[in-house]
Design a protein around this ligand. Structure first.
Ligand SMILES: Nc1ncnc2c1ncn2[C@@H]1O[C@H](COP(=O)(O)OP(=O)(O)OP(=O)(O)O)[C@@H](O)[C@H]1O
Ligand SMILES: [Mg+2]
Length: 308
């Protein structure tokens, strides 16, 4: 597997706020979702990948380059659509996009040509000579995407790409992202707190909470077609019980308050959980089926990580 991103025991704190807590991940080619509630550390992680922030500990490689010693090489190959505003007022969209192309190392003429192309691609061809500060929130998002694409990066980082967009704009933005991800040569990471956005665009998702990776899943695995989700509390030999659950392909997420979320493959009936409990001399104290929409699975994972 070609490794696009490899992070090994990365931690980062803003003064006394630990934003990234000992994260180790490997991301291969394709499109990945980075999903997490507000404050989970998504933007911080993207900034570490970009080399904007230097982790206090840990090692990382992006596209084969070290994230601290080869920042320039990494950035040249990354397109970044930030979550916050990044537009330069007083210039039109073509000038802005071409300027960012040049900053990424493209010759001037080529960057101007590409600016026209990408602005057309994101649907801003008619407004491309308007000053960027006159753009609506939705148009600004499109322009932010255009500037991230202008130098044809190998890796595209999109931070909350649908933020501030109305339902139509959001749908179009997700459509554009999907179109981009079909182009095999571009690898994409989409950060969002909105599960439907990730579900629509990604096959794999990394769920982040409180600066930690709480789950790495394929969307299909998280999907209700394949699993039934149960909430359990039990007393007894947890090690043996959980081992047996894993042996029948259950996915289990735990919290230190003794609540477990068990994703039972749909080809097993719930009775198997009680049977195994009996065999392992475990008493089930609480048993509740949860709805297994992807949204619930995400919420449950976050709640468990929060110890609720
Ligand atoms: N410049 C900063 N100074 C101090 N603390 C910060 C700074 N930036 C982020 N944080 C804190 O770090 C943690 C992670 O923030 P981050 O912005 O990475 O989360 P996020 O997952 O991107 O959230 P959101 O979905 O709201 O964009 C939060 O607790 C946040 O308050
Ligand atoms: Mg963020």
């Amino acid at each position: 597997m070609e490794k696009i991103i490899e992070l090994n025991k990365i931690s980062f704190s803003y003064a006394d706020i630990k934003a990234i807590d000992d994260i180790s991940i490997e991301v291969g080619t394709g499109v990945f979702g980075l999903l997490g509630p507000n404050g989970a550390g998504k933007t911080t992680l993207l900034k570490i990948i970009l080399g904007f922030l230097t982790p206090q500990s840990g090692l990382g490689r992006v596209l084969g380059f070290d994230i601290t010693s080869s920042r320039k090489a990494v950035r040249k190959r990354i397109g970044y659509m930030p979550e916050t505003e990044c537009l330069i007022p007083g210039i039109d969209a073509v000038t802005f996009t071409a300027y960012l192309g040049e900053l990424s190392g493209m010759p001037r003429q080529e960057s101007i040509k590409r600016a026209h192309e990408v602005l057309y691609y994101v649907g801003l061809e008619e407004s491309r000579y308007r000053n960027v500060e006159t753009y609506s929130a939705g148009m600004q998002q499109r322009l932010k995407l255009a500037q991230a694409l202008v130098h044809d990066p190998k890796l595209l980082l999109l931070d909350e790409p649908t933020s501030g967009m109305d339902p139509t704009g959001r749908k179009e933005m997700l459509g554009l992202i999907k179109d981009i991800t079909r182009k095999a040569s571009m690898n994409v990471i989409i950060s969002s707190h909105l599960l439907p956005d990730i579900e629509h665009t990604c096959k794999k998702v990394i769920i982040l909470n409180k600066g930690m990776v709480i789950s790495e899943e394929t969307i299909a695995n998280l999907n209700q077609d394949n699993f039934n989700l149960f909430e359990l509390k039990f007393k007894g030999n947890s090690e043996g019980f959980l081992k047996r659950l894993k042996a029948i392909r259950c996915r289990v997420e735990s919290s230190d308050r003794g609540k477990y979320m068990v994703m039972l493959p749909a080809d097993h009936s719930p009775g198997v959980l009680f049977k195994i409990a009996q065999e392992e001399k475990v008493q089930i104290r609480h048993f509740r089926q949860s709805r297994t929409s992807l949204e619930d699975t995400f919420m449950n994972a976050v709640e468990i990580a929060n110890g609720n």
